[in-house]
Design a protein around this ligand. Structure first.
Ligand code: MN
Length: 701
């Protein structure tokens, strides 16, 4: 079926009842005249193409300007028409959009890299003037992809590649799901025809095989929801071919191992109903904890909101269930276009304008970047989410894997800068070492001559370059530090026992079959040799006289080793109890790893060899964040999680991880990992959370 102008007019009048249709009709006549006699490769009149594109724009419910511009989008490129003609006939706004589209259409992405970058810059510039340019460009590409069969094999490959590289990621970034899915599927069809065909057959087969199972599952869900008085639309869904294709490729697994091909989607009226439904689903089938995702509380960058859970269904197979409101479902599909759909007055509100910040940010960068290749890199940022691109204070672009931290950045500049890195200023704000770099961040490394790498850094750094540098430093320093530590422990012990100071350490070392005193110290510092064994050798009688109460003794003797934000010795924080400044702490010599600091009341401490405990105290000169974990037990009601996260956020505390699940007794157990500076900050936070209505208990891990 071919689209006719009346189809477009009908569509538009359905959502803009009082629209002035004359301008659309005029654009139709104009376009028909300009494209008269032209045909597409398919042999059909060229005019069909702008009609199809305008129809798609009308289906996205954009305003009259957008529909008009869509009808005219190829008018300048393909004929002698000038932008001034469009301006005279249709006004500035339509002319601006058509002009932008003409500029984009001249861009050839398959040229030399530098040329390509410059082109990309032009494209971003053109589309950033008005988002409608980009929306029309994307629908233009969809129609061209739908009719790609009439092109030569060569240009099919080129256009499909370009679509997959540039336009599908753009659609994704703007949250226009239906466009992304269609562009990806059509591209795949041309880029890997065999793979596409095989996979398509398999997906069709599995859909048929599981049809009844899925209907049963949906029926069960619907019945349970009705029981609870909830009105919902329950739909079955099958994974899109390109996402399965990617998964197979990425993980190198056979098709049979892709388990959650089938799923369901539940559409409700309110957010509260969504959370209620999540609870109901979990009461029917057992959820896989790690796969519960709350994109309602934490929307994706492209505005996507939904609750996701994967459960073990009736036959034990895994089913992914998505739960969302009607509005969320709409936005999940239409993305940014949902905010541009015609609403009273047709202009987007300021709040919706916020959503365009990504585009605006791109523009800011392009102003500052002189080299087009840098610009291309910075544009690719958001199109290729597996990498982050950040800037040096001078504006140089550096690329890192997702999850990279200031340490990776520092080591990428200079080894010495890495070794002395204490944190960074990101966009002017001080952040801890663990901060995860985001695309667009401007990073300035903070250094201190007193800083050294520690074992912790191996977990903080993400790049192999940084890890290698840290490992090298640790290896050379570890020995020295162990010597210092061992010497300190031994001296202290000798002093406490009032033993004579004129000990021949070299000889003592030989008694333990070490080559030198340094090796003896190192063994103590490493925890390979206990200090009491050494004392026993020096003065067997003395040692027995003094009862060994290491933990108590610490209290009067608490100064030798300091735990600082910047470690002088091999100090790390125990992950079992995650101490923070203000906690009462004790050090434990871990074999080969220096000192591990535990909270004094950590159950682990009471079980270990007391001889290996050493006194430590906090000496905080540099405020540093420490990760701690706590659990909140609260009423299982909608919005509770949001309330708690908001409370944490209000104190400017970063949440690094959170999990929540419902209990049979109607409670919800939420586990948070947050970055805390010290005990008083934590106490303040707990105080705030305890005051929230519905919170029953809060406990630090
Ligand atoms: Mn076109």
């Amino acid at each position: 079926m071919t689209v006719r102008i009346n189809d477009i007019l009908d569509e538009v009048s359905a959502y803009i009842p009082d629209a002035d249709m004359r301008i659309i009709e005029k654009a139709y006549v104009f376009s028909a005249r300009v494209h008269q006699g032209q045909t597409r490769l398919s042999g059909e009149p060229y005019l069909n193409h702008p009609l199809e594109v305008a129809y798609l724009i009308a289906q996205m419910q954009l305003d009259v300007t957008a529909v008009t511009a869509a009808l005219l989008h190829d008018a300048i490129e393909d004929s002698l028409t000038k932008v001034e003609d469009i301006q005279a006939e249709f006004g500035d706004e339509v002319a601006l959009v058509v002009d932008g589209l003409t500029k984009i259409s001249k861009i050839n992405f398959r040229s030399e890299e530098e040329q390509q970058a410059e082109n990309f810059r032009k494209m971003i510039l053109a589309m950033s003037k008005d988002l409608r340019i980009l929306l029309i460009k994307l629908t233009d590409r969809v129609h061209n992809m739908r009719t790609l069969e009439f092109h030569s094999r060569n240009s099919q490959q080129r256009i499909a590649r370009e679509t997959l590289d540039i336009y599908a990621p753009l659609a994704n970034r703007l949250g226009i799901h239906w466009l992304q899915v269609e562009l990806e599927e059509l591209s795949l069809k041309y880029l890997d025809p065999q793979g596409y065909k095989t996979l398509k057959t398999k997906l069709d087969t599995i859909e048929k095989e599981k049809e009844e199972d899925l209907r049963n599952i949906m029926g069960q869900i619907q019945a349970k929801l009705v029981e609870s008085g909830l009105k919902a639309e329950v739909k079955g869904r099958i994974k899109h071919i390109y996402s399965v294709y990617q998964k197979l490729k990425r993980q190198g697994i056979p098709f049979e191992d892709v388990y959650d091909v089938l799923g369901t989607r539940i559409i409700l009226n309110t957010v509260a109903e969504c959370y209620e439904t999540l609870g109901i689903i979990h009461s029917i089938w057992k959820p896989i904890q790690a796969r519960i995702k709350d994109f309602i509380a934490m929307p994706k960058a492209n505005m996507y909101q939904s609750l996701h859970t994967t459960v073990f269904g009736p036959g034990g197979e895994r089913i992914e269930i998505q739960i969302r409101t009607r509005e969320m479902d709409y936005i999940a599909n239409e993305g940014i276009a949902a905010h541009w759909r015609y609403k009273d007055g047709s202009r987007i509100s300021d709040q919706d304008g916020e959503k365009l910040s990504w585009l605006r940010q791109l523009l800011e960068w392009q102003k500052e970047l002189k080299d087009p290749r840098e610009f291309l890199q910075s544009v690719k940022i958001d199109l290729y989410p597996e990498d982050v691109y950040v800037f040096t204070p001078k504006g140089d672009v550096r690329r890192f894997p997702v999850g990279a931290t200031p340490l990776d950045f520092a080591y990428s500049v200079h080894t010495q800068l890495g070794n002395q890195c204490v944190g960074a200023k990101v966009n002017g704000k001080i952040v801890p070492l663990r901060y995860k770099l985001n695309s667009g961040d401007v990073i300035e490394i903070l250094r201190s001559a007193k800083q050294h790498p520690s074992k912790d850094w191996m977990r903080i750094a993400k790049t192999s370059r940084a890890k290698t540098k840290i490992r090298t430093w640790l290896r050379t320093q570890e020995n020295e530090q162990s010597i210092a530590l061992g010497r300190e422990i031994l001296d202290k012990k000798i002093k406490n026992l009032h033993l004579p100071k004129d000990i021949d350490y070299e000889e003592l070392a030989r008694d333990f079959s070490f080559k030198s005193a340094e090796n003896l110290y190192a063994a103590i510092g490493f925890g390979r040799l206990s200090v009491n064994q050494v004392i026993h050798k020096i003065a067997p009688e003395e040692q027995k006289k003094v009862p060994d109460e290491p933990v108590k003794k610490k209290k009067q003797d608490i100064s030798s080793i300091l735990v600082k934000g910047v470690e002088d010795l091999l100090v790390r924080y125990a992950r079992c109890c995650r101490p923070i400044p203000g906690d009462k702490v004790v050090g434990f010599i871990t074999r080969g790893r220096g000192i591990t600091v535990h909270r004094l009341n950590c159950p682990y401490v009471s079980e270990v060899d007391a001889q290996r405990l050493v006194p430590v105290e906090w000496d905080v000169k540099v405020a540093q964040s420490h990760e701690i974990e706590f659990t909140v037990v609260c009423e299982d009601k909608p919005g509770m999680l949001g309330l708690i996260t908001a409370t944490i956020g209000a104190r400017n505390i970063n949440i690094s991880k959170m999990k929540a699940h419902s209990t049979a007794t109607g409670n919800s157990i939420c586990i948070f990992r947050v970055m805390i500076t010290d005990l008083s900050e934590l106490d303040g936070l707990f105080h705030d959370i305890r005051r929230l209505k519905g919170v029953e208990n809060i406990e630090r891990q």
